[in-house]
Structures are given as structure tokens and as C-alpha cells.
Design a protein around this ligand. Structure first.
Ligand SMILES: NC(=O)c1ccc[n+]([C@@H]2O[C@H](COP(=O)([O-])OP(=O)(O)OC[C@H]3O[C@@H](n4cnc5c(N)ncnc54)[C@H](OP(=O)(O)O)[C@@H]3O)[C@@H](O)[C@H]2O)c1
Length: 257
């Protein structure tokens, strides 16, 4: 690895949801930084598709496993397996779940509610409670969230409600953990992913999200909300993380905007 690249060699990183559009950029950047990256996926076909998509980037340090992580029990088994096979967990980045739209809140069905709110919130909770207690002190946990956590989108309210719950999850954790472990919320605007149709040039890219997650893992302090709503936010976030100025409990976005 050349000296200009961030170096996370030896770090063991869990990326549930890593097969998705945002997850791909995160996986690529942790692999490029030299980390061992565990990507669990719920489907065999998705694993094969993802490996093909990564091509040469799918180095031996990519551990692509078919393993559920969406229930408390299955996430606990996954974290235990990772500990047994790799010796521990250093970092987690969780870009779990995608978009949902179609109904106003009073039209939502129970199936919508279970899929877009309960199911996704449960998956995040399951991974968090399995992985956070095992996380090494130098590592970091990244919740990947959308700006819909604070901007209501008509017809897509379940996404806003679930993302708002995740944003509060980060805030509660920051208060509960004090300085003992670092949990970041990367709050994204629209992202230029492989699935994005007609992406705007001002959108952040999935790899830029990955670069910020890697930089936050490398930083020694922090554990805060980082808003990446448009291109301008990316260099500002990277510079701040590199300067080591971020601190647990700091409302990082207030310094940016
Ligand atoms: N894409 C954007 O423009 C954008 C913008 C702002 C915020 N975000 C946030 O970034 C995160 C990831 O978004 P994405 O666009 O990458 O989504 P995506 O392409 O749909 O990928 C999400 C991944 O989550 C996993 N997953 C686990 N449980 C799921 C469930 N019940 N439903 C759907 N997927 C599930 C899937 O992995 P397996 O099937 O392999 O297990 C899937 O690959 C989300 O929190 C989203 O809110 C995305």
C-alpha cells in the first residue's frame, strides 16, 4: 500500500448491507485501505452477483458470506463467527436497507410497516447489539442514514420515521458510551450509486461515503453525526476527520453548515 492511501491493514470490518448501492462504495474503500472486510448477505445469488461486480477488487481480504443478520439471534451468530474466524471485530459500517415509497402514512399496510420500519429497525438493532460490545477501542461503528431522517418526503414517510429512529440511536449511543467507543451517523443526501438513474453531479458518490467512513475509522477521536448531503460536504468532512478536531458529542454538521 503506498503512503498516500489510508492504512487499515489488519482491521476487521463488518459491512452488513454491503452488497447494496451505498455498501459497494464502502466495501471498496475499506478493501483499498487494506482492511479485512466481512460482507454478509442473505442470498447466495446476491453474493455471486456482488463478487462479479467487484471484479479485481474482490481480494482474499473480502469475506463474502451467506448469513442472515436481520434478527437478534442471527446477528449474534454472525458476530460470534467473525470473532472465531478472524479473531475480533474492529469496525462496523451498516448501510442496511434501501428506499420505500408508495403510500401516505394513513394508507400504510401492516406489511409495509413490517418491511420498511420494523424489519429494518430490527436489523440495525440486531447488528448493533451483537457487534458493539465486541468492537475494539480503536474501531468505529457507522450508521448509514438518509437526510429523510429530518426532511419529510410525502409518500415515503416510513423511511423518514425509520431513519429518524436510527439518528436518535446514534445520539443515545453517544450519550451512553461517553468516550469509550465511537459511533458515527453518516447522514447522506442522494447518492450516486450503481443503481442511480440520472445522478446529479452534486450528489455524493458511494465511494466518497466509503472514504469518509474509512477516515472516521482512522481518526482517533469523534463519534458524531456527519452530514454528506452534497459534494461540498465531502472534503470538509475528510479535512476535519484528518485534523483530529472532531470530538465525541460534537454536532459536526453545525461546524460545516
Ligand atoms: N441510495 C441512496 O441514494 C441513499 C441516499 C441516502 C441514504 N441512503 C441510505 O443508505 C443505506 C443503504 O441504501 P442503498 O441505496 O445502498 O440500499 P440498497 O442498494 O437497497 O442496499 C441495501 C442492502 O441492505 C440489505 N438489507 C437487509 N435487510 C434489508 C431489507 N429488509 N430490505 C432491503 N435491503 C435489506 C441488502 O443486503 P443483502 O440482501 O445482501 O442482505 C441490501 O443490499 C440506507 O440506510 C439508505 O437509507 C441511501
Amino acid at each position: 500500500m503506498d503512503g498516500s492511501q489510508p492504512d487499515l491493514a489488519g482491521r476487521r470490518v463488518l459491512v452488513p448491507g454491503g452488497t447494496g448501492g451505498v455498501g459497494e462504495g464502502i466495501v471498496r474503500r475499506y478493501l483499498a485501505a487494506g482492511a479485512d472486510v466481512v460482507v454478509p448477505t442473505r442470498a447466495e445469488a446476491r453474493a455471486a452477483e456482488f463478487r462479479q461486480l467487484l471484479g479485481d477488487a474482490a481480494s482474499p481480504r473480502l469475506h463474502l458470506v451467506v448469513h442472515d443478520y436481520t434478527t437478534f439471534a442471527s446477528a449474534e451468530r454472525l458476530a460470534g463467527e467473525m470473532e472465531r474466524l478472524l479473531g475480533g471485530i474492529d469496525d462496523v459500517a451498516a448501510p442496511i436497507g434501501g428506499f420505500w415509497a408508495g403510500r401516505r402514512l394513513w394508507e400504510v399496510t401492516e406489511a409495509d410497516w413490517q418491511a420498511a420500519f420494523t424489519g429494518l429497525a430490527t436489523a440495525h438493532m440486531a447488528v448493533l447489539r451483537a457487534a458493539l460490545p465486541r468492537l475494539n477501542r480503536d474501531g468505529a461503528y457507522h450508521l448509514i442514514i438518509g437526510g429523510s431522517a429530518f426532511t419529510p418526503v410525502p409518500g415515503s414517510g416510513l423511511v423518514s420515521m425509520e431513519q429518524a429512529a436510527l439518528l436518535m440511536m446514534q445520539r443515545v449511543l453517544a450519550a451512553e458510551l461517553a468516550d469509550t467507543k465511537r459511533v458515527f451517523a453518516l447522514v447522506l443526501g442522494p447518492v450516486n450509486t450503481r443503481q442511480a438513474e440520472a445522478a446529479d453531479s452534486d450528489w455524493v458518490t458511494a465511494e466518497q461515503v466509503g472514504a469518509v467512513a474509512v477516515a472516521a475509522s482512522l481518526a482517533t477521536a469523534g463519534g458524531e453525526e456527519i452530514r454528506l448531503l452534497s459534494q461540498a460536504d465531502v472534503p470538509a468532512a475528510l479535512a476535519r476527520l484528518a485534523s483530529g478536531e472532531s470530538q465525541a458529542g460534537t454536532a459536526f454538521h453545525n461546524l460545516n453548515r
